[in-house]
Design a protein around this ligand. Structure first.
Ligand code: NDP
Length: 299
């Protein structure tokens, strides 16, 4: 079997189109323009790239983008004061504090200072609790994007065996909650799991989020299973000194021979993450204004 490739880039473009259409509607019919505030503390190079990309895509869908760049040695109290201001700013519907934060800051404290209704990353404990109890919440972007692709690929997920590799708060756990919400039989595997190959072989859906380059080989995959590879890992530079290749947590070539469908890396889950951030911002804006939410952009 050769898997069909789930094109995250094309899917993300469709999500952005839907977001842009809804933004245009909100602006024209209700005089509201959704706004996303992104806060970056310090000069982490990868974070700078993400923040630039988020700002650009926010403007492209017609939303307002507010960027706040703070020095790495900013006192935590100053960051909390900024969040307080953004929480009450009516032009701001979504707030994202780029992680990781410098060591002198308590990330949990900072994230939980964000108004849950504006927490477009879905990391606030209120949103975690709402998701866990099956209530309307803001859903973390990477798992949301993965779920959208799974639903598009498979339709009804009810009754399918799903294995999530990884139990982080930002990917593994919320992904498992979403799959449970869609009535999958869910197993969460992690570094202490016994017989990982056996666990994965039982799965109709495999979501890999371990951060280990090409860890999952094709012979762990049940024939016809759907594989969502969340991992983004850069291999060491090649002999010519070029940048190392980006690979996922799954060994793409061997998994693609067995799976029914698979996301590539790059071009799979990655592009969906920012698209879902924009989707969450428009959702947050609609909820704040008491207006109907766009269809197909939430869990
Ligand atoms: P974390 O490091 O927070 O979590 C990794 C998880 O994988 C842990 O639960 C860990 O288990 C588990 N794990 C590690 N090694 C093994 C192993 N050998 N066998 C089984 N389980 C293992 O990572 P994140 O969740 O933040 O990210 C995971 C990957 O997803 C990374 O490659 C990251 O770059 C990528 N990512 C991609 C995004 C995107 O937009 N596409 C967004 C976010 C992340 P334990 O808890 O027992 O230690």
């Amino acid at each position: 079997m050769t898997a069909s490739v789930i094109d995250g880039k094309a899917f993300a473009a469709k999500v952005r189109e839907k977001v842009a259409a809804h933004v245009a509607h909100l602006t024209a019919e209700h005089g509201i323009t959704p706004g996303l505030a992104v806060v970056l503390v310090g000069e982490d190079p990868a974070s700078q790239v993400y923040v630039r990309s988020k700002g650009k895509q926010t403007l492209e869908v017609g939303m307002e983008s507010f960027e706040h760049r703070l020095a790495a040695d900013t006192p935590e109290a100053d960051l909390l004061a900024l969040i307080d201001r953004l929480n009450v700013d009516p032009a701001v519907h979504g707030i994202l504090v780029q992680l990781p934060l410098p060591d002198h800051m308590n990330a949990d404290l900072v994230i939980n200072a964000i108004d849950p209704a504006k927490d477009v990353d879905g990391f606030h404990i209120s949103n975690v609790g709402l998701l866990g109890t099956g209530q309307k919440s803001m859903v973390p972007c990477t798992p949301l994007g993965s779920l959208m692709m799974l639903r598009d690929q498979l339709g009804d997920l009810s009754g399918l065996n799903a294995v999530v590799l990884g139990r982080s708060n930002i990917v593994g756990k919320p992904m498992a909650q979403l799959l449970l919400g869609d009535s999958c039989t869910v197993t969460i595997a992690h570094s202490r799991t016994r017989d990982l190959p056996g666990v994965v072989r039982a799965a109709d859906i495999v979501v890999a989020a371990v951060g280990r380059p090409e860890m999952v080989p094709g012979d762990w995959i049940k024939p016809g299973a759907t594989v969502i590879d969340v991992g983004i890992n850069r291999l060491p530079p090649d002999e010519e000194g070029g940048k190392g290749r980006l690979v996922g947590d799954c060994h793409y070539a061997s998994c693609a021979e067995v799976a029914g469908a698979i996301t590539p890396v790059p071009g799979g889950v990655g592009p969906m993450t920012i698209a879902c951030l924009l989707a969450n911002t428009v959702t947050a804006c609609c909820r704040a204004a008491g207006l109907a939410e766009p269809e197909g952009l939430t869990a």
